[in-house]
Design a protein around this ligand. Structure first.
Ligand SMILES: [Zn+2]
Length: 418
């Protein structure tokens, strides 16, 4: 492929003013190295937070970025127009779900995932590992791969690293991830070490398969596992760098470990992972988590929290999370958050949104999701602005000073007055 020297090159729309080392083919440019795929534009002076730009096949992603979860080729309850109006530059789709339904081969015949779902912006796919290793679906694991049964019809399937790469190639996301084994918390050091060796073996096979099969239009990220054990995390980072990936995800967190441990492991990975590559923290988290982990050097996040919470009537505000089903909102004429500029807050009262939720109206999920995703994406935009203007830690302090964390909100604080 033009411009692809090692199977790792990436391409995307031609940005203005790029240097002439880029070759244009069919309106796309092909970068000659992974370092051009990711640029650190500004480093915060007082933390590891950094402002960056990821240039992928379907456009540019400003980092730190939050990626809404689009499990089955749709972000639940969210029409594409709304997502685009929120300036969502990248979404995550689930390999496992799309492999089972409607099938990766069918999606490939229909022109790939972007065309199938009519989404012109960037997509990242997970490897399928997280879903496969949920106890419900798993049958057995060997060096060769993982055997599991479909949650849809009980049919049996076998995923190998090579199979995961092939499925993700057929889907055609901008970023693919290696197949990894996800272990629960707590796991012993012995269990975590054994699992990590398998994950690293699979990472090697994914890379080999990727190098020989991929067109270069899709970037491949390695995943750092190792549970909560520093020596294992260090070993994982070192080995993955030897294998050499375009970016590095931090996996195996937000699986029930105490929050402090999650921050400790993230901090360690932020220290160890190379500066010039994007860092993606998988499955995290709450608004305070995003701020804390940006400060530890994370560039990308995905989490079901804003969308799943929305469908369950939990709405994020600058003062904490509120539950719209609470009776205190029955005649509350204020918007969800008086500071929010989303179209739901500009138009509807808490009273009306509570009514929609209590009546089980379909549009309740749409409005709630729209507000929550606006809250998350707006938070990321403000984080980026604060890094650019060198006042990130002040912004973080102010935000956390006002924000009541999830558990406190539920258990001990009446936020009906916000
Ligand atoms: Zn709003």
């Amino acid at each position: 492929m033009p411009g692809s020297t090692d199977g790792l090159s990436v391409c995307g729309p031609l940005p203005a003013g790029r240097n002439k080392r880029l070759l244009t083919v069919e309106g796309h440019f092909f970068a000659h190295s992974r370092l051009e795929m990711f640029q650190v534009l500004k480093q915060d002076g007082q933390s590891k937070a950094r402002l960056g730009r990821l240039t992928l096949s379907h456009g540019v992603v400003d980092t730190p970025a939050f990626m809404p979860v689009g499990t089955a080729a749709t972000v639940k309850a969210m029409p594409h127009d709304y997502l685009e109006s929120l300036d969502s530059q990248i979404i995550l789709a689930n390999t496992y779900h799309l492999y089972l339904r409607p099938g990766d081969e069918r999606i490939a015949r229909l022109g790939g995932l972007h065309k199938f779902m009519s989404w012109t912006r960037c997509i990242v796919t997970d490897s399928g590992g997280y879903q496969i290793f949920s106890q419900r679906d798993l049958i057995s694991v060997s060096q060769e791969g993982a055997r599991f049964k479909s949650h849809l019809d009980g049919s049996r399937h076998f995923f190998t690293p090579e199979k995961s790469m092939m499925v993700q190639q057929r889907l055609g996301a901008d970023i693919m991830t290696v197949l990894d084994e996800c272990i629960p918390y707590p796991s012993t050091h012995f269990e975590a070490a054994k699992s990590l060796e398998l994950t690293l073996h699979w990472a090697e096979r994914c890379k080999r398969s990727y190098s020989t099969q991929m067109s270069g239009r899709q970037a491949l990220f390695g995943i750092v596992q190792g549970s909560v054990y520093p020596d294992l995390r260090q070993h994982a980072v070192e080995r993955l760098q030897e294998i050499d990936f375009a970016g590095y995800a931090i996996g195996g967190l937000s699986v029930g470990e105490p929050k402090e441990l999650m921050y400790e492991v993230t901090a360690q990975c932020g220290e160890l992972l190379p500066e010039g590559f994007p860092r993606y923290l998988m499955g995290v988290g709450t608004p305070p988590d995003l701020l804390e982990c940006v400060a530890l050097g994370v560039d990308m996040f995905d989490c079901v929290l804003p969308t799943r919470n929305a469908r369950n009537g939990y709405l994020f505000t600058s003062r904490g999370r509120l539950s719209i089903k609470n009776a205190c909102y029955a005649e509350d004429v204020r918007p969800i958050d008086e500071r929010c500029l989303c179209q739901v807050c500009r138009r509807f009262s808490r009273s009306y949104l509570r009514h929609l939720y209590m009546a089980g109206e379909i549009v309740s999920s749409v409005y709630n999701t729209l507000h929550n995703l606006h809250f998350y994406l707006d938070l990321m935009a403000k984080i980026r602005e604060s890094i650019a203007s060198q006042n990130f830690l002040e912004f973080k302090r102010n935000f956390l000073g006002e924000y009541c964390s999830e558990d406190e909100t539920v258990r001990s604080r009446d936020i009906s007055s916000i």
